[in-house]
Structure formats: C-alpha cells, structure tokens
Design a protein around this ligand. Structure first.
Ligand code: F3S
Length: 761
C-alpha cells in the first residue's frame, strides 16, 4: 500500500500519489508557520514543487497546477477554439468535454435526444474531433451532466481541478478543490501553464449533529446561502468540518459544495470521510479507495487551524428550507413558508423539477421516491407537470435497476435526457404563456429571473428533491408537507411520513462506459472541421493589442442598475446555439441588463446620435463602427452567476474598453482580465450615482498601469462648445486588481495573445 492510484480508469497513465502529498505538508506548515486548513492543504500542495513560501490569504498570488480540466459543451466550444488558436498540440493535463447543456428538455429523453443530435450535430462533431485531435476525453450527448460525471469518475480527496462551469465545486463533496473558471483559464491549464488565483480566505462551517426526518443536505446549503448571501463567499473557500460532516453521504456533500457557487465562493470542500471511500468503491474506483487510506489522517484540517469566519449548523435541528424567488439566498424555513408566501402573494405552483447536477443522486431520488410511493398508495396524483433531469446515464441505469425510476413513471413524470435541460434555460416550456405569473419548485441550484423557462414572471423556489416531490401534490404554494394534510380524491385525509432512502445502491453503480469516447493514439490524422459558413462555429481572430494610448471620451454603453448576472450579460436558452460563434452570440450582449436611466432592459440612448430606444448590442456595434471604445457602468457583484467567458469576450469583441462597477464576481473579473478588458471598481461608490449615461469617460494614465495603483477617470458631462465655451468635467479614481502578469494580458490584447507570443505560435 503506497498511496498511488490511477487518476481514473480512463487515464491509466496519470496517477495520484498520496505519498508525495504527505511529504509536502511539513514543508507547507513550515512556510506558513501555522496549522493548515484542509482547503489550504488541497490548494497549496498543488503549487509547483518546491515553491513553498509564506502565503497571506486574500493577498498572495498563487500559481497552481491543477490535475484536471473539465469543460461543458456550452463553454467547451470557445475553450477549444481558443486552445486551437493558440497553436497548441495536446492538452497537458487530463481534460474532458461533456455534452450536457445543449439538449433542450421538452417531451422527455426519447423524444428530445434525436432532436438535439440533429440540431447540434455540427457542434458535437467539432468537439468530438477536437477531443480526438488534442488528446481529450469526450462524454457524448446524454452521458450526463458534467459535475455528476466528474463525481462518479474523476473526483478524489485532496485533488485540484478546474472546470469551465461555475458549479465545478460539486467535486468538493469528494474532498477535491474544484474551481469554476472561464475558458481562457482552462486553456492555460490545458497548455501546462499554472492557474493563477489569489489565496482565498477560508470560511469554516462547523457541522454538528445528524440530519433526520425531512431535512437533507440541500437544507444545509440553503441555510448557508441564507447566511452568507450571494456575495458573502466571494474571495473565500467554504470549508466544512466538525462531527456532522462525517454523517453526510458523498453525494449529499456534493450537493452542498455545488451550491456554494450561489454565495460567490471560490470553491467549497469537505474533509475526507469514510463515506467518500464507500462512494469510490461503489463507483468502481477500488484502487483510489485503497490509496486514499494512506493519507486519510491528513485529508482534514490541522488541529488549531484558523478560519476567517466560522458558521455553526446543528444538523439535528436543521429545518427544511425553501430559497427564492429570484435569488438563491432568500431562505425561508418550511414552517414559515406559508406565511411568507401569503404575505408576498407569490403565485400558485405550476411545475416541479427534480434532478440536475445538484440533486440527482441515488440518495436524492430514492428518498423522493419514498414520498411519491406514499402519495400514490393513498390514491393521490401530481397536480402539475413533474420533470426529472437525471445526473448521468450511470446513475439513471442504477436507479432503473433498483426500481426507483418505475416510481417516477407511475407519477407520470417526464424523465428528460441525462443533461442540464431546464436548469440552464434549455426548457421548451409549453404549458405557460410568457409573462404569466406562476411559481415552480425545483431541486436545481439557481433561480435568477428567467433562468429556467425564460419567463420573467416565473417565481423559482429552490429546495430539496424530497420537498419538491411532496409539493407537486398541491398547487397551493404554501403547503407544508411536514405538518399539513392533503385530501385524497375520495375525501380522506393524507399525511406524508418523513422520507427514507439509501445513500448508495444495493450493489455497485452500473457501468455505462459506452457513453464515453477515449482519446485516440492516432491524433495527427484527425482533422478538426469548422465550416467557414457555419453560423454555430467561428475560428477566433486575435484581439488587437493595446495601442499605448489612454481611452478618451468613451461613451457609456449602459449604466446598469441592480443585479447584472452573466445571464443578463449573455443570456443562455436559445442563445446557447451560438456559443461557438462570437460574432453571432454578440447579438445578445447585455440585453438583460437594466438601464438605470429608464428601468428597461435592452433599451438605451445612442450617445452619439442622441436617439432613444437602441438595443444594447446595436449601440455597441454603432460605437465600434464609429471608432469609439465604450464602457459599462455597473452596480455591485457585476457578472455573478455562471463562469461563461462569453460575458467578457462579447463586450471585448464589440469594442468595450472597461467595465466600471461597484464590485465584481470573481470568475467574471478574471474573465475580463483574460480578454484584455479593464475591470475597474469605484474608490468612492458615490461616483456611480454621479456618473450619468450621457457622460463621456476617459481612462487616463494607462502607460503607468501598475499593480495596486489606482487609475484616474475623467468624466465629461458636456464637451467644449465650438463657440469656445468650456466643457464640464470632473475627475475621480478607480481601483483595479491587475497583477503584473495580467497587465501584460491587457497590453497584449488578451491572455491568449500573450500565451501565443510566448509559445512562438
Ligand atoms: Fe447544468 Fe444546471 Fe448544473 S446548467 S451544470 S445542471 S447548474
């Protein structure tokens, strides 16, 4: 027993070596001069060998070497296109592409899948061939959702990976530090370059007690989201510890770490527990289950390790929670939910959705099925459509074998393809006219306006799969299945008993490796095809390098007010089809952002012509045609939500110079920097109010751009008149977080340009 195992059965040539991990820990403790949290062990043991210096949380720029990259199809297209444009030959680390986002959910797997294969054939073919050419694994359409496949096949305690999806931290349930990144960061790792990140703070969540009755892992993260809010995790890792952690199943812990993304956290992580080894065994990773024992005693925080903040949750007293609508941190215990629903006049329930990358495990669905059986036995039927998004073909077949899928058949539920479906807006919803106020209840993770069905009047509530199943038996949104009865068709009173289920299937998980295509040994003979006339795929031309001049008199494309998530900057849904074509997808740029001036989306004044009612992308293109660089002025947490780098690429492509915001979400800020855009924050937030949409903004002193040095802005509210009258302007300062390396991205035009020039391609 030497602590060595293959990273996965698909990559026998790559190994984890827990012996090396153990050797590094004393060096790290010595360098830091203090006990380590578990998150620090997982992060810092992945620095280049020998680079163990003092680390200050929130300050030190780390250079890490992740062991894996995973890309979902909506972001993989652009990541692969960027990888190709950098002239690289093969991925330097194990990399996989997962076809999960593009499949639209409507009538169920059998009906929906052929349509998806037909609609996206060109894109799938491109990604499959690029994977073959560049030595990457390809998970075919309907194989499953990226995070479930990673959990079932690749995640391991103490590992470090990046993924081009914001819920990559799902793997933290298996003790892996898993970080959501933009495609450009992923390309760096695929090129063998280090992944750069500021050493995060560490928020500790101490779990005591044990879940029972209706309470589930989802309630833990709904509670944490309620405490931290959508920005509270920014710049931090959420590390769980305490005796309660070991009582949770591996998949339950993954549901928790998955939704840490809803707090803006860099990632979330659990220390090793025996339940992780059981899950490894059950998913056929026996060698890894044995190897991890070698370091099990160190796959946790050191005694005395300090957290920047500690939250305590007693699992024994945790009540089921329902979060929403419109934001995942609006958390309401079930006992108070009826009162709140009535007070706020939230509309009736019209659909239930379970599954997704967050909650589609054997445990989730077996517990949900136990409730469904109770209701069916009593003669109750669901009062609304129920949709189920299985997380993977492996889990779906395992559930099938255990008879659990039969229960969902009896419920008349629509079992969708093993894919994201409604969760990413790929829901062709036919039962509700757009604009009709209604509520849906889901075990998914995200509930921003319009996220699931593109209907801004749909109120989405996020809860456990158990709660979703119980609640579809009544359209009364306030119904509390824990305490309130239902009436059957024959007039009898029915009360749910608490759910029950199993963490793992009776035998092992089914093996479904036919849904995977391994890299080929004959890579050089593979041609990656992109048709020059394609409307889905477009080769990337490098952005122009910075010309050495300040940005003078930039028009404000939009002064956005309130939330401006990546869904507002580049919506998903029907736009997913253009994720590989920058020109075409740029037509949705910022169409969801709310104009502070008129309260409308996608309606701005063209600041050059003075005409009102321009679409935001149209105005951007008009400024670009006229030779103006433009800026966006924005509120707090600009770019929260997903990791999609299109939210940075598109503004760059349309001629944006800078986003000036009160604050940024981490991944989006990194993405902007990678694309050579300036991400600036107000020194004095009151400046946000002072700047008017019609002002022109000059960004000055760029030749002296330096880490930690503020940048001067000149805001011109009226230009000098031709008659000699003086213009009116004022100056202020903005901050940035660019490192020396990131300043080089800006100068080169993008990180990719810089990489290509360094690699001589
Ligand atoms: Fe997919 Fe929704 Fe997860 S979009 S990756 S199922 S958050």
């Amino acid at each position: 027993q030497n602590g060595v195992a293959p990273l996965s059965r698909f990559e026998p040539g790559h190994q984890v070596d827990y012996g090396r991990f153990l050797e590094k820990l004393p060096l790290l403790r010595k360098a830091l001069g203090r006990p380590l949290t578990y998150a620090e062990k997982a992060f810092l043991s992945h620095q280049e060998d020998g680079q163990y210096a003092k680390v200050t949380r929130g300050v030190t720029q780390l250079q890490l070497k992740p062991r894996r990259v995973a890309c979902q199809d909506a972001t993989a297209q652009m990541a692969l296109i960027q990888f190709m444009s950098a002239g690289l030959d093969a991925s330097a680390v194990p990399t996989t592409v997962h076809c999960d986002h593009l499949i639209v959910g409507r009538d169920g797997q059998e009906a929906d899948l052929p349509g998806a294969l037909d609609a996206h054939g060109e894109v799938y073919e491109f990604m499959a061939s690029a994977c073959q050419r560049y030595d990457m694994g390809f998970w075919k359409p309907d194989s499953g959702i990226i995070h479930q496949i990673v959990l079932e096949n690749y995640a391991y305690p103490g590992g470090l990976m990046v993924g081009t999806d914001s819920h990559t931290p799902n793997a933290g349930g298996m003790g892996m530090a898993a970080i959501g990144v933009g495609g450009a960061d992923a390309v760096d790792v695929m090129a063998g370059l280090p992944f750069e990140i500021v050493a995060p703070n560490v928020i500790g969540v101490k779990l005591t007690g044990k879940l029972s009755g209706w309470s589930s892992a989802k309630d833990v993260i709904n509670k944490v989201a309620g405490i931290l809010g959508v920005k509270g995790g920014t710049g931090s890792i959420i590390e769980y510890f305490g005796p309660g952690a070991a009582t949770l199943s591996a998949t339950g812990m993954s549901s928790i770490t998955n939704m840490g993304a809803e707090t803006g956290a860099t990632t979330s992580i659990f220390p090793y527990s025996a339940n992780m080894a059981r899950y490894l065994e059950s998913t056929h990773r026996h060698e890894m289950a044995r190897a991890v024992q070698f370091a099990a005693h160190e796959l946790c925080a050191d005694p005395g390790a300090e957290y920047d903040r500690v939250i305590e949750i007693d699992l024994s007293t945790l009540e089921p929670l329902i979060n929403g609508p419109f934001t995942p941190d609006l958390s309401t215990p079930i006992s108070q939910f009826r009162g709140k629903a009535e007070e706020k006049s939230w509309p009736s329930l019209t659909a239930g959705l379970i599954g997704s990358c967050t909650n589609s495990s054997f445990e989730d669905l077996s517990r949900a099925a136990s409730l469904a059986e109770q209701a069916l036995d009593a003669g109750l039927t669901p009062k609304m459509p129920l949709l189920l998004s299985p997380g993977s073909e492996q889990t779906r077949q395992t559930l099938q074998k255990a008879g659990i899928m039969d229960v969902f058949d009896k419920l008349n539920s629509k079992v969708l393809a093993n894919a994201c479906g409604p969760c990413c807006g790929s829901w062709d919803r036919t039962d509700m006219a757009k604009g009709t106020p209604n509520s849906v209840i889901t075990s998914y993770n995200r509930n921003f306006t319009g996220r699931l069905d593109a209907n801004p009047a749909t109120h989405v509530f996020v809860t456990s799969p158990e709660m979703v199943i119980a609640k579809v038996f009544s359209t009364d949104l306030g119904f509390n299945p824990v305490t309130e009865p239902l009436t059957t068709d024959s007039g009898k009173e029915f009360r749910f008993q608490p759910p029950s289920g199993h963490a793992l299937p009776p035998g092992n998980y089914e093996l479904t490796d036919h849904v995977y295509t391994a890299p080929t040994s004959d890579r050089q003979s593979v041609t990656v095809k992109i048709s020059p006339t394609s409307e889905r795929l477009q080769r990337l031309a490098p952005f122009a390098p910075w010309d050495g001049e300040d940005f003078i008199d930039c028009p404000v494309l939009i002064k956005a007010v309130g939330k401006c998530t990546t869904d507002y900057i580049t919506p998903a849904g029907p736009w997913l089809r253009y994720r590989g074509h920058l020109e075409n997808i740029s037509n949705n740029t910022l169409i969801g952002a709310i104009n502070a001036e008129n309260g409308k989306a996608n309606s701005v004044r063209n600041q050059i012509t003075g005409e009102e009612g321009w679409g935001v992308p149209d105005a951007a293109r008009d400024y670009q045609r006229r030779g103006f660089r433009w800026v966006v002025v924005a509120d707090h947490n600009y770019g929260e939500g997903s990791s999609r780098e299109h939210a940075a690429l598109q503004p760059r492509y349309l001629g944006g110079a800078a986003i000036i915001a009160k604050s940024f979400a981490r991944i989006h800020e990194a993405n902007l920097k990678k694309q050579g855009m300036l991400a600036l924050t107000f020194v004095d937030e009151a400046d946000y109010d002072k700047i008017r949409s019609e002002d022109r903004i000059s960004i000055l002193g760029l030749a002296d751009l330096a880490p930690g040095k503020n940048i001067r802005l000149r805001v011109s509210s009226s230009p000098p008149g031709e008659d000699g009258t003086e213009g009116v302007s004022w100056e202020t300062e903005v901050k940035h977080t660019l490192t020396s390396e990131q300043i080089e991205f800006f100068r080169a035009g993008s990180a990719l340009n810089l990489m290509a020039s360094r690699l001589g391609s």
